[in-house]
Design a protein around this ligand. Structure first.
Ligand code: ATP
Ligand code: LTN
Length: 334
């Protein structure tokens, strides 16, 4: 708890361009959580180097992601938005937690198996201990809740195991985090294959709408979106493509599927796709404008980055000092 609020932690990697899925499924909902929770959202750049990165590109992407957090509506006065690499406690706690994590546990992580198959030429120890760093992120802030996608639930489970193991030895040091299962956003599917999640690492650019796409690109992608064969706008099992477009339209306009069916009664896919494209453009336009303004204001952003890192560091150090004492490191003489 911080004050009378529970703590929420989440992070995103600055790899790839954010998609409409990331926005409607995560960011848009994050914006609503700061009244109820004390929120920390990190750009997890330490995690990013588990895969080889071009340094200047990584730096640019990280700044872009942090700017996007704000452009999407996360108020940096109410949410702590910061770079993981600016708070050294993440790496320090990760080291300690490494000594409380078993090889066997890490061997079971499916993301490690997937990523090592994908990057067979660079199966580094960081990739293997990635979940321990993630545990450190979460435990450092004594987070109560962690909003994550399904693919990260296994990492949250190991975080809980590590925290419980540590607490069993040293007493109540860490809060045991829960996955955040509150009002989650729509799961947005690929525009080219509605059985697959829209994902920023998809190689087919037509499969995803990126948050920075211009109106022409957005309309083009929706016109090309894979639809079904019934020819009508109806929310049903047999029409995964149309269902996905209805989810997107609903998330952008606030309309229910019944309202959408009524609105497009007697109309074909063409009209509907145009309307979906326009609704997405209307949602992304203010975000893009705000992003452009923020990018120009270097001084403002730098100020936010510094202030938020200091705030994160304050809470991180509180936990780290406690942990260091518990494991038996000598006290600091000031
Ligand atoms: P990658 O392709 O690199 O795995 P991703 O686009 O799948 O990335 P993540 O970085 O894993 O996205 O996830 C960031 C957040 O966005 C998570 O909270 C996740 O649940 C959410 N998210 C990602 N894709 C979608 C989607 N298609 N629909 C809804 N939410 C999504
Ligand atoms: N592994 C996560 C990103 C991530 C994270 C975290 C999410 C790193 N640390 C802590 C929640 C809490 C991912 O790839 N989506």
């Amino acid at each position: 708890m911080i004050g009378d609020k529970k703590v929420l932690f989440s992070g995103m990697q600055a790899t790839g361009n954010l998609t409409l899925g990331n926005y409607l499924g995560a960011l848009k909902n994050w914006v609503t959580l700061c009244d109820e929770y004390e929120c920390f959202y990190s750009v997890v750049d330490l995690h990013s180097i588990t895969v080889r990165q071009d340094p200047s590109e990584l730096r640019q992407r990280a700044r872009k992601l942090l700017t996007l957090y704000i452009a999407a509506g996360l108020d940096p006065k109410k949410n702590c938005l910061y770079y993981q690499s600016h708070v050294s406690g993440h790496a320090e706690l990760a080291w300690i937690l490494n000594c409380f994590t078993y090889m066997g546990e890490l061997n079971r992580m499916t993301q490690f198996k997937d990523k090592s198959a994908k990057h067979a030429d660079n199966i580094n120890a960081g990739l293997f201990t990635y979940p321990v760093l993630m545990a450190a992120d979460i435990l450092l802030y004594q987070a109560d809740v962690v909003p994550v996608g399904k693919d990260q639930l296994q990492h949250l489970e190991i975080t809980r195991d590590i925290a419980q193991r540590f607490n069993a030895i040293y007493g109540d040091v860490f809060t045991i985090p829960e996955p955040y299962l509150g009002k989650t956003g729509a799961k947005i599917m690929s525009l080219q294959d509605p059985d697959k999640k829209m994902s920023k690492s998809d190689e087919n650019a037509n499969a995803s709408v990126y948050l920075m796409d211009d109106p022409d690109a957005i309309m083009r992608k929706f016109k090309r979106a894979v639809t079904d064969s019934e020819g009508c706008v109806r929310y049903c099992e047999e029409q995964p493509g149309i269902r996905n477009l209805m989810d997107i339209y609903g998330a952008c306009t606030g309309k229910t599927s019944a309202e959408i069916e009524k609105e497009f009664d007697g109309k074909g896919y063409g009209d509907f796709k145009m309307a979906v494209g326009e609704s997405v453009i209307a949602v992304l336009k203010p975000l893009q404008e705000r992003f452009a303004e923020l990018e120009k204001d270097k001084g403002y952003l730098d100020g936010i980055i510094k202030e938020n890192a200091e705030k994160a560091e304050y809470y991180a150090l509180k936990t780290l000092r406690k942990v260091q004492k518990k494991v038996g490191f000598p006290e600091r003489v000031r």
